[in-house]
Write a protein that binds this ligand. Structure first.
Ligand code: COA
Ligand code: AMP
Length: 653
């Protein structure tokens, strides 16, 4: 399309969108706005106050209200005429299975599993950890916890035993729900040995574990502690045991989701109940433009926040059919997998990470496989989890012929901070930008001193307090860490730790993190956590981990290590051990494959490691010698070490 035609189309789109009006309405009366959305949720007790500024750390939403998330996601629809509609479609190319679960069946399953948990002694407020692959039982378990007022904490299957142990230690679950194995594209991953090891490592021990046995790998059971999922649930069903939905306070935690912090100790992001339901409900229509009854597919994992919000809670609250996919974008069996799923189930939208599209584009650059499927119902592709590079967005747009919508959010927020509101009328897409702040989010770009900067100037993206409904009120058992991590740096604001800018039209650009978090294939990881693992190796004197550009995964970690003097083990042996150690301690999801031994690390005169400059060198970007450097020659040594590994480096300016 010629530029003028694009401009005319974009101007028309802009003037038709109700976004500016809706955003202004929210800004002028936040309580009125959210109070109105809250009418779409069933409350057993309505709120005394939509927002109470004196409660909690920065105020609390829907104080005095009571509700139940499972009732709103399941029972309400059974009563309201959707009983026979599919609530969840499980599509698993790795096991060759497809299974549809109606809202009525989902109610039956969650009520039974809820009763099983109650028999194990789980009561309102107790924590239950889920270490589960992408099977329907994971969604059922999440909802069963919500049903009985228990707080679930899902741990992603790609994390190793030690990471799971840290979460068990912190959340102190009464019960753990798990499965015998997960199934990756090329291998079966036995979960049970990892679970057993994690429980052994943790000083807190769960009372019971419920294990879903999968035929691909049977798990050995621990007498007295482990129970067979299918047998236990069947017995409860036969006995007619069912749990009712128990109302909880809107401000009670629905779940804890651990996410990478700047140290090896993950942060337990707390999600409260009422505000989350309200925000998700708004987003399904306002942001995603989805109608109740439609088929929605979020190809993430229940272990991530995206999976919590848009595989389980969001689509079900909205009365949609949610596709739960156990497979990959490529390799299960090919780069046409996504199109096959969309066509088979009539999905109107897909939400995934840009990495998935980079993987598809790499294997099927011409999009040939796409053309063999009926994608006529498909309306919109949503991308999030990492920066959506314009090349990938344009490729997807060109091949699919539907809008490709980047949106930006974090585990902490639970739903999008910025996006293109399809339900209000789309705004023109600007490549490289996730478009505009959603109602609820008032953004400023702040300079180091905390002053807002003008349009098009980079700084830290900060959200004016209070955060909207759905966002975390605190960290689990760590109010002080919450304040220190997010609120102290810029008083009156939530510090997103993302850097970026706003342009003259109020579009947000998110360019990267201001802390040590990196994003690997849409997975959030802490380089600080990896450094702790490397430093624990007896041969390592010091180390630095940086994220380097990767065509497929966006970024991959690269660890530079200095060995202790007198170490006789050859560097390549130590490097291989370090790769193995990170996999063992953090998990395969860290994708840590690159450890490089160097003689010294570049530092400032005050001893700070110059990670930024190392990254520019490793990314192949031009770099200059920082004025504060202690010894400039070390930068050349870093470049030489990268070259010795066959990696490209940037030139010094
Ligand atoms: N259980 C066990 N292991 C897992 C796992 C799980 N749930 N998920 C990933 N892993 C393993 C992988 O098998 C891989 O192991 P390997 O080193 O033995 O190959 C490792 O963790 C790294 O995984 P990943 O970075 O995802 O790479 P991949 O090669 O398996 O797949 C993509 C590459 C692009 C297909 C994949 O990253 C992808 O689909 N990304 C989209 C991410 C996403 O949806 N993010 C959610 C945010 S919206
Ligand atoms: P997570 O908490 O795992 O969802 O990761 C959140 C981080 O991922 C954010 O702080 C960003 O750094 C990055 N991120 C997520 N979505 C986007 C996006 N659309 N554009 C740029 N970065 C993103």
């Amino acid at each position: 399309m010629p530029a003028t035609a694009t401009l005319a189309r974009d101007t028309a789109a802009s003037s038709k969108s109700r976004y500016r009006e809706v955003y202004a309405r929210w800004k002028s009366d936040p309580e009125g706005f959210w109070g109105e959305v809250a009418r779409e949720i069933d409350w057993s007790t309505p709120a005394e106050k939509v927002f109470e500024p004196k409660a909690g750390i920065y105020g609390r939403w829907f104080v005095g209200a009571e509700c139940n998330a499972c009732h709103n996601a399941v029972d309400r629809h059974v009563a309201g005429g959707r009983a026979e509609q599919a609530a969840v479609i499980y599509d698993s190319p790795v096991t060759g299975t497809k299974r549809s679960i109606t809202y009525r069946e989902l109610q039956e399953e969650t009520a039974t599993l809820g009763a099983v948990l109650q028999e194990m002694g789980v009561v309102k407020g107790d924590r239950v950890i889920l270490y589960m692959p992408m099977i329907p039982e994971a969604a059922i378990a999440i909802l069963a916890c919500a049903r009985i007022g228990a707080i679930h904490s899902v741990v992603f299957g790609g994390f190793a035993a030690k990471e799971l142990a840290t979460r068990i230690e912190d959340a102190e679950p009464k019960v753990i729900l798990s499965a015998s194995c997960g199934i990756e594209a090329t291998r079966v991953v036995p979960y049970k040995p990892l679970l057993d090891e994690a429980i052994a490592l943790s000083s807190h021990k769960p009372g019971d574990c419920l294990i879903f046995q999968r035929p691909e790998a049977a798990a050995a059971m621990t007498e007295g502690r482990d129970h067979d999922w299918a047998e236990t649930v069947a017995a409860a069903k036969a006995a007619g045991r069912r749990a009712d939905c128990i109302p909880v306070a809107a401000t009670d935690p629905l779940y804890i989701l651990y996410t990478s912090g700047t140290t090896g100790k993950p942060k337990g992001v707390v999600r409260d109940t009422g505000g989350y339901l309200v925000a998700l409900k708004w987003s399904m229509k306002g942001l995603y433009g989805i109608e109740p009854g439609e088929v929605w597919w979020c190809a993430s994992d229940v272990g991530w926040v995206v999976g919590h919000s848009y595989i389980v809670y969001g689509p079900l609250l909205h009365g949609c059919t949610s596709v739960l996919y156990e497979g990959k974008p490529v390799g299960t069996p090919d780069a046409g997998a996504f199109w096959r799923v969309i066509a088979d189930h009539g999905a109107v939208a897909l939400f995934t990470a840009p990495t998935a599209f980079r993987a598809i584009k790499k294997e099927d650059p011409d999009g040939k496989l796409m053309r063999t499927y009926d994608l006529s119902k498909f309306r919109t592709l949503f991308l999030a989890g990492e920066r959506a590079d314009p090349d990938t967005v344009q490729w997807a747009e060109g091949k699919l012929g539907v809008p490709v919508i980047d949106h930006w959010w974090q585990t902490e927020t639970g739903w999008a901070i910025a996006g293109n509101p399809m339900g209000l009328g789309a705004l023109p897409v600007k490549y490289g930008s996730p478009t505009v702040p959603m109602p609820g989010y008032d953004l400023d770009i702040l300079e180091e001193g905390g002053e807002p900067v003008p349009a098009n100037v980079m700084g830290t993206i900060a959200v004016k307090l209070p955060l909207p409904p759905g966002c975390f009120p605190t960290l689990w058992n760590a109010d002080q860490r919450f304040r220190e991590s997010y609120l102290v740096r810029f008083p009156g604001y939530y510090n997103t730790s993302d850097a970026g800018f706003l342009d003259e039209d109020g579009y947000v650009y998110v360019m990267g993190r201001t802390d040590d978090i990196i994003n690997v294939a849409g997975h959030r990881l802490s380089t600080g956590g990896m450094e702790e693992v490397l430093a624990s190796h007896q041969a390592v004197a010091e180390c630095a981990v940086i994220g380097v550009k990767d065509e497929l995964k966006g970024e991959v970690p690269c660890g530079f290590v200095v060995l202790k003097s007198g170490v006789s083990t050859p560097p390549n042996v130590v490097e291989a051990e370090l790769v193995g150690l990170v996999r063992e301690k953090i998990g395969p999801v860290a994708a840590f494959k690159l450890a490089i031994t160097v003689g010294r690390l570049p530092k400032t005169r005050s001893g700070k490691i110059l990670r930024g400059t190392m990254k520019r060198i490793a990314d192949g970007d031009p770099w200059s010698v920082p004025a504060t450097i202690d010894d400039p020659a070390i930068l050349d040594e870093i470049a030489a070490a990268l070259k010795a590994k066959g990696l490209a480096t940037g030139a010094s300016a």
